[in-house]
Design a protein around this ligand. Structure first.
Ligand SMILES: [Fe+2]
Ligand SMILES: [Fe+2]
Length: 275
């Protein structure tokens, strides 16, 4: 039963003509496809996180309605869009089978214990996640010469930036009430930055590799080397500057000291975020 207002999506994957993809060229960039596929898994697993998150914001219809009617459908479309791209370029790839195995493991890692202790701090963490995805899709767009993929990743990136702005607005609303100091905010920020590195993408990529190269399934060294190559591809095209600017916002630093913090934070971010 539909009780919430229907959200009009800012763009629709069905309106993008995938037949314009130069398949031969796209296939040649195997590392990029591995990365897209891993990203499609994480995006497609978003609904699990939304239900946990909207429970966390129970009683605040402004946040929970936005999560359910805008954020979740848009994140799920990111997953569908990347899946459609992969299906077009790798028709033989068993996306559903690989996703099922990924999800079995991934769903174990999403739980209430992973939430920050307060709503404001969890919203900081969400800003970090959206910063990470906005930065990632910008990097993907920049590393590809396929206009169709660029169109898709540009659309996704604008969604992620808009999500970030929503989470930032909600953070400010809650921090008025909670009054967390900069140190607490920085703590939440760094905790999530560290987590981005560790978990989701590693799990996703491992399941993509297992289906794409079953002959190497048990070859740890191979998987490690492949993962490093995929990460290097992202790192080469990342805009640390945009990323750090977004990360700094919740700290609400006085303009005077911002330049002083920018450099060390860029270094930390490059080291932790981008490996
Ligand atoms: Fe997304
Ligand atoms: Fe997002």
């Amino acid at each position: 039963m539909q009780t919430e207002p229907l959200h009009i999506m800012p763009w629709r994957i069905e309106e993008i003509d995938l037949n314009r993809i130069d398949r031969q060229r796209a296939v040649a960039n195997e590392d990029l496809l591995l990365l897209l596929c891993a990203a499609s898994f994480i995006e497609s697993g978003s609904d699990l996180y939304t239900s946990n998150l909207s429970i966390f914001f129970n009683g605040d219809p402004e946040v929970s309605t936005w999560l359910n009617t805008e954020w979740e459908p848009e994140e799920l479309q990111h997953g569908r869009a990347l899946k459609a791209y992969i299906a077009h370029v790798w028709p033989e790839f068993d996306w559903d089978g690989a996703f099922e195995r990924f999800f079995a493991e991934y769903s174990q890692t999403c739980s209430f214990e992973d939430f920050e202790k307060t709503r404001a701090l969890e919203l900081v963490a969400r800003c970090v996640v959206e910063t990470g995805t906005a930065t990632l899709y910008r990097a993907i767009g920049e590393s590809s010469d396929d206009p169709v993929l660029k169109e898709i990743t540009d659309n996704i990136r604008s969604d992620e930036v808009r999500h970030y702005k929503h989470f930032l607005k909600y953070f400010r609303k809650y921090n008025e009430i909670e009054g967390n100091g900069r140190l607490a905010v920085l703590g939440a920020l760094l905790r999530r930055v560290k987590e981005i590195r560790n978990e989701d993408s590693e799990i996703a990529l491992r399941h993509v590799l297992a289906v794409r190269y079953p002959e190497h399934a048990d070859d740890l060294a191979y998987n490690r080397a492949r993962t490093a190559r995929v990460n290097a591809l992202v790192r080469r095209n990342l805009s640390a500057d945009m990323c750090v600017k977004m990360l700094l916002k919740p700290l609400d630093l006085p303009a005077k000291i911002q330049p002083g913090v920018h450099y060390p934070l860029t270094k930390i971010t490059q080291h932790v975020f981008f490996r």
